[in-house]
Write a protein that binds this ligand. Sequence first.
Ligand SMILES: [Zn+2]
Length: 321
Amino acid sequence: MREESDVSIKLLQDEVSISRVIADLGNSNRGNTLMLVGGTHGNELMGIGAIQRVVAYLEEHDLELNGRLLAITGNMEACRLGQRYLYQDLNRMWTRENLDDLHYNRLDLRHTENHELSVVYHHLKEAIDVTTGQFVLIDLHTTSSPTIPFVVTNFFPKSIEFVQPLPLPVIGGLSGFLDGTLLSYVNELGHIGMAYEAGQHQSPLALESHESFIWTMLEHTGILKDSEDARLAYHRQSLAGSSKHISGNFKIISRYRIREDENFRMLPGFENFQPVKKGEELAQNDEGSIHSPYDGYIFMPLYQSRGNDGFFLIAPLNADA
Ligand SMILES: [Zn+2]
């Protein structure tokens, strides 16, 4: 694998230098492994900022970890340019086809995102191979519009059990709607994988929210034990407060996929988790209005130019739809 140089990114007001491996602390022989990925989308940098803050604290206070914390940058080249991706969305590329091509050395690594995929894959594989405890991956994201924080995972028994105690809404049922995500690949390998969406891209609140989530995960995986009780309690409460009492499990029931050249425009003002009624106008394109086919909640409305998913609709996991 070729040597990768650090890149400089702009994080709120600061110029920050980032490496592929942001941190690798503790020991995988002694407990669970928590792998964090920041910057899978290059315009979502708050996760990297939060990792750096947590790691600086852990190192400064020389805290002993009961397990391993590995944190890496996802799409380095996209982070350098501050855009979601260059040619292909790295978080839609974790497909069987791409991974088989990678395994058989048929993936053209001169292609930017193929290279990024292969590097992240090798870090992931190494971490899974050497772990003796549970392996947990968290992919840190932000959204184009303001939102309460939420978790995305697949409703496999292991994941449900793991996310149950979290005071946050959990979205599942990705299959067929959101394919090729890193978290789904990790779930299919039989491990706990999730994405954490902390808030809006440039919001300082998203940075704080990522930081609270990372501390809470260090506690929840047992990697940080019997120390820092007050700090952990503060971050757990901060997460609970930020979700505005929306919690529980939701499934995706519909996705509006944007076709090329349709000139999709989300109507302004939709917020994540806002209830919508069947027949309600949600967006427009060159042919006219786009209406909701269901009663449900709007999820991830697109308010940026890049991306193929206009919006999703979700419903409580146990509802009929
Ligand atoms: Zn993202």
